[in-house]
Design a protein around this ligand. Structure first.
Ligand code: PLP
Length: 400
């Protein structure tokens, strides 16, 4: 029989919480990990228990779409990851990062409302605002990092959405300042925290009301599942969860299990992603074919001071602007890379690259090259091998 253990004494540091939270070996024959509970139906013994199950649907196990012991275990770990405690705060998992963004926006905004959105937001989030929210009569105004937000608020502004650093161009936003301005106008603040995860950035400590993550990226960490997470106060949870559940954005059992497996090694992986990325970024920045590197962890970066103030680390994703060159030269560089896969998403163990200007839309502040922008995800390979691969690629770039 599994032995019960003495109670754990808090507070533990985050690496310890990532290892121990959300586990209950006694409930599963002593096994270290909870299984992937595959469930739709949950059966109740009596009419009264069935009614009570419904009344308790946000906390208990009621029906597969509301959550399972596996999703609840990961939710507990991700709440700790965001630096807040289960009870006053909690996390809900969703079927993808986009569902974690769409859910809160659709739950909290009504027709006729106005939304302030960072210009460098993840492209599909922008598309969601411009198409889906727009169809429902919710208007979006884009602001650039560093803009004075005060004049952009209207009487019907309800929410400010940040993403720091921004997708593809990596601008850091002054979240405490944005939160002060927004809260003075009774507006909520949501942050897409996918890049840093709660490990290196704590939006809920810096004034945000909601932190969302595409857990698809670093939480899952192995490029093999779609998953999203929303962390917020219990009262916001009660407003957002019915929408997430009503839209059917539930996370799958297998995906929750993969997220739980991934999050156990998050701290070790991110430390290595950061070390490798810094080495590759420094090398790139010194290369004659590179105009500049966009990675706030480098002291030369425009946003380095803000990053140092608010972040405790950087992940493996950054941008590089090349010196002027043709599309053919860029294709010659990227097509011939041996170690960098080309494709969307990131946060897995492997290195990736994309030509980034193609997915780049900026309306508040136009993007100026001068050359092509590439986005790199630096994986867990030996960084010297990655540098050699890029060196050969940049040779092809200048020769084409
Ligand atoms: C990938 C990504 C998302 C969307 O996540 P999916 O799981 O692909 O839906 C949202 N925000 C950011 C910043 C991302 O990089």
């Amino acid at each position: 029989m599994p032995q019960s253990k003495p109670p754990k004494t808090d507070p533990f540091r985050i690496e310890t919480r990532l290892t121990h939270d959300g586990r209950n070996p006694e409930a599963q024959a002593g096994a270290v990990n909870p299984p992937a509970y595959r469930m739709s139906t949950v059966t109740f013994p009596t009419v009264a228990a069935l009614a009570e199950g419904y009344a308790n649907r946000f906390d208990g196990i009621y029906y597969g779409r509301y959550g399972t012991p596996t999703s609840q275990a990961l939710e507990e770990v991700l709440t700790a990851l965001e630096g807040v405690e289960q009870g006053p705060y909690r996390t809900m998992l969703t079927s993808s990062g986009m569902a974690a963004i769409a859910g809160p926006l659709l739950a909290l905004l009504n027709s006729g409302d106005h939304l302030l959105m960072i210009d460098s937001v993840y492209g599909p989030t922008r598309a969601f605002c411009d198409t889906q929210l727009n169809r429902f009569g919710i208007e979006t105004t884009y602001y650039a990092a560093g803009d004075n937000l005060a004049p952009l608020f209207r009487d019907n502004t309800r929410l400010v959405f940040c993403e720091s650093p921004g997708s593809l161009t990596f601008e850091i936003q002054d979240l405490p300042q944005i939160a002060d301005i927004a809260h003075a106008r009774d507006c909520l603040v949501a942050v897409d925290n996918t890049w840093a995860t709660g490990l290196y950035y704590r939006p809920l400590h810096l004034g945000a009301d909601i932190s969302v993550q595409a857990a698809t990226k670093y939480i899952v960490g192995h490029s093999d599942a779609m998953l999203g997470a929303v962390t917020c106060s219990e009262s916001l949870y009660r407003r957002i969860k019915p929408a997430v559940s009503g839209f059917g954005y539930a996370a799958g059992s297998e995906e929750c299990w993969l997220g739980l497996r991934g999050v156990r090694t998050l701290a070790a992986r991110l430390r290595q992603h950061q070390e490798n990325a810094l080495k590759v970024a420094d090398w790139l920045a010194a290369h004659p074919n590179v105009d500049r590197v966009l990675y706030p962890a480098r002291p030369e970066d425009t946003y380095h001071d803000l990053w140092r103030r608010d972040f405790t680390g950087a992940s493996g994703l950054f941008g590089a602007v090349l010196k002027l060159g043709s599309d053919d030269a860029l294709a010659a560089m990227l097509d011939g890379l041996a170690l960098f896969g080309m494709g969307y998403s990131w946060g897995g163990f492997e290195s990736l690259v994309i030509p980034a200007d193609r997915g780049l839309t900026r309306t508040a502040r136009p993007w100026n090259g001068p050359g092509p922008l590439i986005r790199l995800h630096i994986g867990l390979e030996n960084p010297d091998d990655l540098i050699a691969d890029l060196a050969a690629g940049l040779d092809r770039y200048s020769r084409s």
